[in-house]
Every structure is written in structure tokens, then in C-alpha cells.
Design a protein around this ligand. Structure first.
Ligand code: SF4
Length: 448
């Protein structure tokens, strides 16, 4: 008898991607196959995103497509919190569950597509690193769920609850499995990475017989011993983050920090109720750079938040010019259903938001371009993601570039021999020859 097949649609952020990987791993452990298309599936699971309006619409469209192509659909993920909205548009969905509801999803799958009775989980091989949706050489490592903050523009705590950290032994075991499976780069993610372990009161745990505290710095140090790139996302500039910069300066983890500053004006940060809003971040950045001159800082910002005056915006622009961050994303504020900020007074008109966005991006593009120009002539280690065979180019990333969100390093003029020898996931040494606003261009020096 052939195994029942489950189709899977995964939308949303890297945290949702990790949820998808967990469900897919469990499906495979239980003997289900993952269908490559709707028509070959006995049922389809759609993992949704509910963060902003466009993500909600994309999720609703994906549910609609799965219903019309297959008919049997289970919905999970962040949008699952709003079952009424889903059912009002798609009354025929079989089951709706919220985020991280792995067991509820599995129960629903069992109800509609029974598990193959002869399946033996000890004989059917599921790789110990589970099923991953990212390319083989990098993987996201989710260290906690939820968030203890209550930023006024965000509904994640109401969707995902308060911070729940995974014990460090458990996180390290997953990291070790990933490395054993050939992963060369681990991307540490959560809603608030620097708060890791606060909820566990930094409980002592064990990994490889070694006692370790479930604490941000201890986790970074332990991951830094694994011999792969370790990249930190969603870190807030709390004072205790300073200790991690030492690990970066020592080459243990990548000198890269993704800090979602969101704004710089103290008044707006307070209205946003941002964590670490009272820290003097410019001073902190200067200290970090003196300890680790190569450090790359990526961040995201929101312009046109309710109550933002021209003065607040100018403050942000001046801060940006002084901070000289390497990688920056910017969004105009858009209300999210259920967010506290919707009720704040003085919403900024759309045309003003748009013009501030353009002014912000213009200022940042100059900084980013200058920073990339400074890299010309340097020799860097890069990780190859893929190839453009037609143009004899390898598309790679350096320590300064996270996958999906940052730029690339294009290794040009590769010979036929280089192209036949090199593969995705290889680390090679290159010399940077040119730069534009977002990307670098390089020549191959050696394969490491
Ligand atoms: S830190 Fe703020 S923006 Fe981030 S998840 Fe928590 S509440 Fe949302």
C-alpha cells in the first residue's frame, strides 16, 4: 500500500518556516509522504502568516487556491488565531489551528488521512536533523517562542504568547544534528534573541555531558564552538549584548547583528513601547565597533508611525547618518488589526509617510553604497548559495550578508573547471573587485 500524501504550503517569516519544518518532520516520522503538488495530495496543510494586511491577504489567497485545487485543507499558523475571518471566506476548511500547534495539526491530519498502519518509525528513516525547507547548507535555529514585550504596533505576543525558551541542551542537540547533516551556517532566530533564557531563569542544562546555562551568552559561546557560521537575528541592544561582541572579535561567531531598532526618536520609541528604548544606542554602537571593527549591523525601521512629527523624523534621519548602519530595511507604518497603535492619535497621512520613506531610503542608500565601496580590494571568505552557469558566476554571501534579506557577492569570470569543481555550500576565498548599492563583485582566490 502506498503511503498517504500530505501537501504543504509554508508562508510567513523564518519563525513560521521552522514551525513548518517541525510539522513536516513529524509527518515523515509517522510515515506520511509529502506531496509535490496539490493533485497528488490526500490533504493540504497551509501554514499562514497574520502579521500585516498584505500577509493576511496572501494567506487567504493560498487557502483559497488549496481548496480549489485539492479540497481538503487544514490551516495553521499566525492567521489561525482568527478562525472567524478564515471561515467567513473559506467555510469548507477542515480545521483551523493557531501558531506552534504542532500536535493539533497532527491530530487533524490523523482525523482526515489516517496514518499507515504498518508504518514502523524505527525502520523508516527520517534524518535526525528533521526536514528542512532551506537549502542544505544553511538552517534556521529557533531558540524560543513568543515575546515578553508589548510593542504597540505588534500583535505577535497575542498570537504567540509570552517568551518560552527551549532548554539549551535541546537547542544544542538540534544545532549538532544540523552540523552533522552538512549545514555550514546556523541562523539563530526568535522574537527576542537577546532575552533567551530569561523565562527559564537561566536554568542549568547539559549538552555532551557539559553543564551549560540556558542564557544568551552561553548559547552563543557553545554555538561558536561548532565550527560553522553562526548568525544572530532579532537582538536588542541591552547592556548584556556587549559580551557577545567579544565572541565576534575572537572569530567565534559572525560579526553580524540584526537589531530591529524601528526608530531613533525617544518620543516615538516610547509610543512604540520598544524594548531597550532608553539605551544610548549610538554610544553602544561606537563601543561595539571599537571592540570589533568588522561588525556589520542590519536593522529595520518604521516611518510615519502615529504621532511622528517632522522633528521626530529629522531626529531619525540625523541618527541614521551618524549610526552608519550597513544594511537597513524601512517600512511605512500600516495598522495591523488588533494592534494598540491603531488607537494612538495623529496618524500620519499616507503622502507624508511615503515622502519620509523616500527621504529615509535615499539617505541610507548613500551610506550603504559607501560602506560597500570600502570593501573593494578586501579578501573575504564567502559561502556559495547557487550558480548562474550562463554567465559563469557563483552567487555567494559573506559574513555581512544574511540569506534572503541582504545582498550577494557575485564571483565572476569562473572557468569551466571552477564551475565543475565548486558546489553550493562551499566556502571560498575571494577578492572584492567592485560594488554597487547592495551587492559586491569578486574574483575567486582559493577554494578553502
Ligand atoms: S519585541 Fe515587540 S515587535 Fe518584537 S515580537 Fe515582541 S512585541 Fe512584537
Amino acid at each position: 500500500m502506498s503511503s498517504p500524501k500530505v501537501g504543504f504550503v509554508s508562508l510567513g517569516c523564518p519563525k513560521a518556516l521552522v514551525d513548518s519544518e517541525r510539522i513536516l518532520t513529524q509527518l515523515r516520522i509517522e510515515g506520511y509522504e509529502v506531496a509535490a503538488d496539490y493533485s497528488g495530495a490526500d490533504l493540504v496543510v497551509v501554514n499562514t502568516c497574520g502579521f500585516i494586511e498584505s500577509a493576511v491577504q496572501e494567506s487567504l489567497d493560498a487557502i483559497g487556491e488549496a481548496i480549489s485545487e485539492n479540497g481538503k485543507v487544514i490551516v495553521t499558523g499566525c492567521l489561525g488565531k482568527d478562525e472567524a475571518k478564515i471561515r467567513s471566506m473559506h467555510p469548507s476548511v477542515l480545521k483551523v489551528t493557531g501558531p506552534q500547534a504542532y500536535q493539533d495539526v497532527m491530530n487533524a491530519v490523523h482525523e482526515y488521512v489516517p496514518q499507515p498502519p504498518e508504518h514502523n518509525p524505527y525502520l523508516d528513516l527520517v534524518p535526525p536533523q528533521g526536514i528542512r525547507l532551506t537549502p542544505k547548507h544553511y538552517a534556521y535555529l529557533k531558540i524560543s517562542e513568543g515575546c515578553n514585550h508589548r510593542c504597540t504596533f505588534c500583535i505577535i505576543p497575542s498570537l504567540r504568547g509570552d517568551l518560552v525558551s527551549r532548554p539549551i541542551g535541546n537547542v544544542m542537540e538540534e544545532a549538532q544534528n544540523l552540523v552533522n547533516a552538512g549545514v555550514k551556517e546556523i541562523l539563530v532566530i526568535s522574537q527576542d534573541t537577546s532575552a533567551y533564557g530569561v523565562d527559564l531563569k537561566y536554568k542549568l542544562d547539559f549538552w555532551n555531558g557539559q553543564p551549560l546555562k540556558s542564557k544568551f551568552i552561553d548559547l552563543c559561546a557553545a554555538l561558536g564552538q561548532m565550527g560553522v557560521w553562526v548568525r544572530l537575528h532579532y537582538v536588542y541592544p541591552y547592556p548584556h549584548v556587549d559580551a557577545v561582541i567579544d565572541l565576534m572579535a575572537e572569530g567565534k561567531i559572525l560579526p553580524y547583528l540584526d537589531i530591529p531598532f524601528q526608530h531613533a526618536s525617544p518620543r516615538i520609541l516610547q509610543l512604540m513601547k520598544r524594548p531597550a528604548h532608553s539605551e544610548n544606542t549610538l554610544e553602544r554602537l561606537a563601543v561595539w565597533r571599537s571592540k570589533c571593527p568588522d561588525i556589520v549591523i542590519r536593522s529595520t525601521f518604521v516611518v510615519g508611525f502615529p504621532g511622528e512629527t517632522e522633528e521626530d523624523f529629522e531626529y531619525l534621519l540625523n541618527w541614521l547618518k551618524e549610526a552608519r548602519l550597513d544594511r537597513v530595511g524601512c517600512f511605512t507604518y500600516s495598522p495591523v488589526e488588533g494592534a494598540v497603535a491603531n488607537d494612538l492619535p495623529d496618524h500620519v497621512p499616507v503622502d507624508v509617510q511615503q515622502s519620509r520613506y523616500e527621504r529615509f531610503m535615499e539617505a541610507q542608500q548613500i551610506i550603504s553604497a559607501q560602506k560597500l565601496q570600502e570593501r573593494i580590494g578586501r579578501t573575504l571568505t564567502v559561502l556559495i548559495d547557487e550558480f548562474d552557469l550562463e554567465h559563469s558566476v557563483a552567487i555567494a554571501r559573506s559574513y555581512a550578508d544574511a540569506p534572503e534579506i541582504d545582498g550577494h557577492v557575485y564571483i565572476e569570470d569562473l572557468t569551466t573547471e571552477d564551475l565543475s569543481r565548486l558546489k553550493s555550500g562551499d566556502k571560498v576565498t575571494v577578492t572584492i573587485t567592485d560594488a554597487d548599492e547592495y551587492d559586491l563583485y569578486a574574483n575567486l582566490v582559493t577554494t578553502n
